[in-house]
Design a protein around this ligand. Structure first.
Ligand code: SAH
Length: 369
């Protein structure tokens, strides 16, 4: 299928209020007040059509229509799991595919957000890793996932709210800290009072452990941190997660110890249990040692098998025993509930390859982004 050319018009969805104001004042010649009105239409009410912005003058709306765009993602596919999880696949203007996963629960509505198309980190057990990095998502494309799912949820569940989502986890396709500037702009928008106003307590950014960027995340944002640890020794982690060849577990732990934590907050460590690879009693014991001086919570993730990758799920008993060893070592650990497995929407399964009519993502060599 031929790629659509990237939009020549400026996408307003990815501009924090300050930048939007500069655009409205300097380029369009309007007063700053109108930038805030526009920003609220876009980010508080989720409106994607300039003509619906009824308190903006007709001439301003015409100028915006001519020069600016608001909708970088089109819904390509929606798949519903028996457990209520919904996987959305979006198509970007240049024909890329990406996914976001909606996970409703009685006390929260969480969206798992993607930050890149594909991923450069190449973790051996992860399906997204097999794609390689196709490109970064723009701030607009990151924000658009949230707005689009807010609209879907409000519509599906008959809610009058413009922002039914309560929690965001940056655990979709890609490595968020490998696309830091766009992530940061998106967070600024998503957390802004004139926008969706998500609380820092309800946003988690997960990383494979790009050590220098962890410090920047701590210095420049106030969101929660999750680390995909997945191993208890460097030898194991070097094999499973190539990033570890650059930054060792000790470097990662040091970055965690110096990460600024708000009162009572802990760092979440994700640990995918891989049968016979990282799930022994000794692994659990070493994990206790590693986390001894870090305020930590461990999410044990049952492995979602991906055909061909050669890793297998740890049995329930083994997983429970692993959790107990952590608990005895005073490390709070939870076995994460597995959601969306039947639609390949679970952790490490996002690769645009499932479902009717799904074509595999174009190879990077064929890309002309
Ligand atoms: N790149 C970031 C954000 C993605 S989070 C990061 O890795 O933290 C995705 C999570 O799913 C990571 O914790 C990863 O270790 C885990 N994961 C990857 N493949 C998986 C699989 N097949 N089954 C279960 N978890 C998996």
């Amino acid at each position: 299928m031929p790629s659509l050319a990237p939009a020549p018009r400026l996408d307003l969805l990815g501009l924090p209020l300050e930048q939007l104001t500069r655009l409205v004042v300097d380029e369009i010649g309007e007063r700053p007040f109108h930038a805030r009105q526009l920003y609220r239409w876009i980010h508080q009410r989720g409106v994607t059509d300039f003509d619906q912005m009824t308190d903006l003058s007709k001439s301003l709306r015409a100028k915006l229509r001519e020069r600016c765009a608001l909708e970088p993602l089109a819904k390509d596919l929606e798949q519903r799991s028996v457990d209520g999880t919904i996987k959305y696949r979006w198509r970007t203007r240049d024909g890329r595919l990406l996914e976001s996963v909606y996970m409703p629960a009685p006390d929260r509505k969480t969206l798992c957000v993607s930050t890149q198309v594909g991923c450069a980190m190449a973790c051996k057990f992860c399906m997204t890793g097999t794609l390689g990095l196709l490109r970064n998502l723009t701030a607009a494309e990151i924000v658009a996932q949230v707005h689009a799912v807010n609209r879907e949820v409000a519509h599906n569940e008959g809610l009058a709210l413009t922002r039914p989502l309560t929690n965001l986890v940056f655990m979709g396709m890609g490595e968020p800290l490998h696309n830091f500037e766009n992530l940061k702009d998106a967070l600024q928008i998503l957390q802004s009072e004139d926008g969706p106003n998500f609380s820092h307590r309800h946003i988690t950014v997960s990383t494979v452990g790009l050590v220098p960027m962890i410090a920047r995340l701590g210095a420049e944002t106030d969101v929660k941190l999750a680390i995909s640890l997945n191993a208890s020794t460097d030898a194991q982690r070097d094999e499973l997660m190539p990033v570890n060849r650059k930054w060792k577990i000790a470097d990662l732990m040091e970055a965690c110890r110096t990460f600024p934590l708000r009162q009572g907050r802990r760092i979440t460590f994700e640990y995918v249990l891989l049968r016979g690879v990282n799930d022994t009693d000794e692994d659990a014991g070493r994990l206790v040692e590693l986390l001894r001086d870090v305020p930590a919570k461990v999410n044990l993730i049952p492995y979602n098998e991906n055909p061909g990758l050669g890793f297998f799920t740890t049995g329930e008993e083994r997983a429970e025993r692993f959790r107990e060893i952590l608990a005895r070592g005073h490390v709070a650990a939870f076995i994460r509930e597995n959601r969306g497995r039947d639609i390949a929407a679970a952790c490490g399964q996002l690769a645009n390859r499932q479902g009717p009519g799904a074509a595999a993502q174009e190879s990077p060599s064929g890309a002309t982004a």
